[in-house]
Design a protein around this ligand. Structure first.
Ligand SMILES: NC(=O)c1ccc[n+]([C@@H]2O[C@H](COP(=O)([O-])OP(=O)(O)OC[C@H]3O[C@@H](n4cnc5c(N)ncnc54)[C@H](OP(=O)(O)O)[C@@H]3O)[C@@H](O)[C@H]2O)c1
Length: 486
């Protein structure tokens, strides 16, 4: 029975892949008053900031945690530290302990957590940490109730697993496949995951804790690729070989998909053992939710990409110990600059700003795209993101979006777009588009790291003269063309 009384809800991870989608859902529920705990307030859209209470901080900051859980009925825990390097298990442990203690102290009634499917003795390091997080959160059932959801592969536009499948199927007519692609898991669509999480906030359940395994029919990664190919109207051939190690598979994945090496490795490790649903609590407690089958979910994800409606992506957030773009919107520390100025030619700042916001991804960089591609390839070779990540949508940007090997770190509507370089460079680099007094000012800022940084900057000056000389001009021309077409 759903509980329809007003609820005060805390959502953590609201800038992440699952949390962003859940936030949009919860915002539609009138009986819910929503608070977010985020590491960087700038990543929350201005229109959302007007509707929710936002606490800036993280689960390692006691004061912020106490503020976040005060007067809260239900608290979502959608956080992980995977990707923080060797220390992620300790960070995850401390984070979960801090969260549980703060919730108990504040009298929160329920914690809702989403972890992974799988069992301890076959789990990968990352999955083990997810299991440990669930155990910590649910370790005091007399003091607080915990709903622990466990999902395997999550499929949806922007999910890492879907982008791997989509890119491999799209780009490769035939593939040699290692043994791990035949291990079974139970995939589930992201919107169904969000349905469960949303309903869990208002579900009345008397027992202290619940573990709820969610997923559709068992499938292997190989079956998922072939089924996705069918949905995409493609014929694909997979040839099994017993020799491709997870490490080799990860190298393979970084060249054909947008996923970076560390993440690919973690996903492949996770798929080496079966991850299956072990209880029927999803049907028992959420009888109204009928998860859509894999093919429907893939078709929906493709539709969202085609309609340019991808709500969130695996690369929106950082699993580092701190937010990857916090305090990165100030370029004053840069000491080397490449500045280009182009008049707006009678166009409105808004038109030119919109044009600047479409660069990268499928649109490309207007001039010398081949040079950008070579730079992207070099970046991939040295362990960076390269250009493969593209962008979440063709036309809109928000703070935190990835854009090829850049990240959006500041947007001042119709005035300033600031990108932070996430490519491998010996220093710190930004690319800024600033509109002032009817002029578009494009600046590449660079803070060199030591002598190598300076050598790098001066060695790329001839290339900058090619790629940057016309970029701002082309942005204005593109704005002009779009304006004329209308
Ligand atoms: N995505 C999947 O395919 C999948 C599959 C199965 C299970 N799950 C589970 O679902 C949960 C959410 O995953 P996700 O994919 O949405 O993660 P995600 O996209 O990486 O987002 C993680 C979120 O946590 C925030 N965060 C990280 N450390 C924090 C801290 N110490 N304090 C406060 N906020 C912190 C991040 O903030 P910033 O934006 O500042 O970085 C971000 O909002 C995880 O428990 C994961 O295991 C996910």
């Amino acid at each position: 029975m759903p509980d329809t009384r007003p609820h005060k809800i805390l959502l953590t991870g609201a800038t992440g892949y699952i949390g962003r989608r859940l936030k949009d859902r919860l915002l539609k529920r009138k009986e819910i008053s929503l608070r977010l705990l985020v590491r960087n307030k700038n990543k929350v859209r201005p229109d959302v900031l007007e509707k929710v209470d936002v606490i800036e901080g993280d689960t390692f900051n006691q004061e912020a945690l106490e503020d976040a859980v005060r007067d809260i009925d239900v608290a979502y825990y959608l956080i992980h530290s995977m990707g923080s390097g060797g220390d992620f298990e300790n960070l995850d442990r401390t984070s979960a302990e801090n969260f549980r203690s703060a919730c108990i102290k504040a009298g929160v009634k329920r914690i809702i957590y989403l972890g992974g499917l799988g069992i301890k003795n076959t789990a990968s390091k990352h999955l083990l940490s997810r299991i440990e997080t669930g155990e910590i959160l649910s370790s005091q059932p007399d003091a607080i109730q915990t709903f622990w959801f466990r999902a395997g592969v999550i499929i949806g536009s922007g999910s890492a697993s879907f982008e791997i499948i989509y890119n491999l199927v799209h780009k490769l007519p035939a593939m040699v496949t290692p043994t791990w692609v035949r291990t079974k898991t139970q995939p589930i669509g992201v919107e169904d995951v969000v349905n469960y999480l949303e309903q869990a906030a208002t579900l009345s359940a008397d027992q202290p804790n619940l573990t709820i395994d969610i997923g559709t029919s068992p499938m292997s990664f190989q079956e998922m690729m072939l089924a996705a190919a069918k949905v995409m109207g493609l014929r694909r051939f997979l040839f099994p070989v017993p020799v491709l190690s997870p490490k080799l598979s990860s190298y393979w994945l970084i060249f054909f998909t947008p996923i970076p090496y560390k993440m690919a490795g973690a996903l492949v490790e996770g798929l080496k053992s079966e991850t299956l649903v072990l209880n029927n609590n999803a049907e028992l407690y959420f009888p109204d939710i009928r998860p859509r089958n894999y093919e429907e979910v893939v078709a929906e994800a493709i539709r969202e990409i085609e309609k340019d409606q991808v709500l969130s992506r695996w690369c929106d957030s950082s699993a580092n110990a701190s937010c990857d773009i916090k305090y990165q919107d100030d370029t004053r520390s840069a000491i080397l600059r490449d500045i280009r100025k182009v008049p707006l030619n009678g166009l409105e700042p808004q038109q030119v700003f919109q044009s600047a916001c479409t660069i990268g991804g499928k649109t490309g960089w207007y001039t010398y795209n081949i040079l950008w591609q070579i730079r992207g390839f070099i970046d991939k070779m040295v362990g960076g993101y390269g250009l493969n990540r593209g962008r979440r949508t063709l036309h809109n940007l928000r703070v935190g979006d990835s854009l090829d090997f850049w990240k959006v770190v500041d947007i001042k509507e119709n005035r300033r777009l600031l990108l932070l370089a996430q490519m491998k460079v010996p220093g710190k680099a930004w690319l800024e588009f600033d509109i002032q007094d009817n002029v578009l000012i494009q600046t590449a800022h660079f803070f060199p790291r030591g002598i190598l940084g300076r050598l790098y900057w001066y060695s790329v000056v001839p290339l900058h003269n090619l790629v940057f000389s016309n970029l701002a001009k082309k942005i204005v021309e593109h704005a002009q063309d779009t304006h004329t077409e209308k």
